[in-house]
Design a protein around this ligand. Sequence first.
Ligand code: CA
Length: 359
Amino acid sequence: MSPANHRAWGRRRGVSLSKKVTFVCVLAVLTLAAEPLVCPASGTASRGRQKIAVIFDTDICDDIDDTWALAMLLQSPEFDVKLITTEVGNTESKARTIAKLLQTVGRTDIPIGIGVQQHKGGHRQDAWAKDYNLSSYPGKIHTDGVQAIIDTVMSSRRRIKIIAVGPLPNIAAALEREPKIAQKAEFVGMHGSIYKGYGGSAKPSPEYNVKAFVKEAQKVFAAPWDMTITPLDTCGVIVLKGDKYQKVFKHDSPLTRALIENYRAWYTQPIVAENKDLSAEEIEKRVNEKVNSSSSVLFDTVGIYLGMSTELVKMEKLKIKVTDDGFTRIDEAGKLINCATEWKDLDAFEDLLVRRLVK
Ligand SMILES: [Ca+2]
C-alpha cells in the first residue's frame, strides 16, 4: 500500500479508530520483521520490501554458469526460493549436485524437484557429487518436479517468478498439465538472441536453451504470462577476469569453495574424456591455466539479476516469435516480451555479482 493509498484508506468512513490502530501496529511489526534487503544496483539497504517468491529451473551440470547463477540466487536476500527443479538429461543425477551444494551451504530448507528425464547418463560435474546420496538430503525431494512446479505456483498466495535458465521441457510440461500456472506466475528466462548472437556477434544465433527443445520453447513463449528474458545480447558477454575473478576464486567460504570445485570438475571432465593418454600433471596444468584465471561465460547469472532488477540493462518490449529452427525473431505475430537487449552498466553488474558471491 502506497502512503497515498494508506491515507485514503484511513479517511474512509466506517473504519473505527481501534481498527486503524490495529492496522498500523500490524504494519509496523511486519516492517520490522522484514530483513533489510539490498538495492541491487546501488548496494544500499532498503527495509520492508517483500521477498520475491521464486522457482529456479536449471539444467545445471551441462554448462557451469548455472552453478554460478545458483550461487548468486542463494546469496541474494531479495529472493524467497520456494523450489529448485532440474532440467534436461539425467535430472536425478543433477538433483544430486544441487542437493550436495545446498547441504554444503546450509540451505536444505529449499525443496528440490527432479525434472523430466531424457536419459540416465552422466554430466560434466558428476565427479563433484559422486559420493553424495540423494536420499540423505535433509530437505524435501520431489520425484515429480513438474508437479512440484504446478503445486508450488498454484498453492502460493503471492505471484511466483519462475526463473528458468535452461531448455524448457519442465515448464512446457507444467503448462500442458496445468495451464492456469500462467495466470499465477511470471516467467524470467535466459533465452534467445535478438540483435546479437554468441560472443557478441552482429548476427543473431539460434540460442541453445531455445534450439535444444524448440517445441517446448514455443509453448512457453506463447503462454499468457508476463515474460522477461535476457537473450545473448546481454547474457552472452559476462566473463569474470582479473581482480573480479580473483576475488571469487580466492574467497574461502563453503559456497565459493563448492563453486570453484564444481568449475574444476566441469572443466576437467572433457579433457580427461578426450585425452586418454594425458598424464595427471598435464591435466592439472591445463585445468589450472583456465580455472585459476577466469570464468567461462556466465549467461545464467543475468537471469537471476532480472528476477530482482532491470536497472542496469536497457529493456525493450518486443513481439517475439520462436521459429521452428530455434531463432527468437521480432514478429508482429509474436508475444510481447520484456527483453534485456543492451547493458547500461555491465561493469556494475559484474561488481554486483562478485559482491554477492563473496559476501
Ligand atoms: Ca543453463
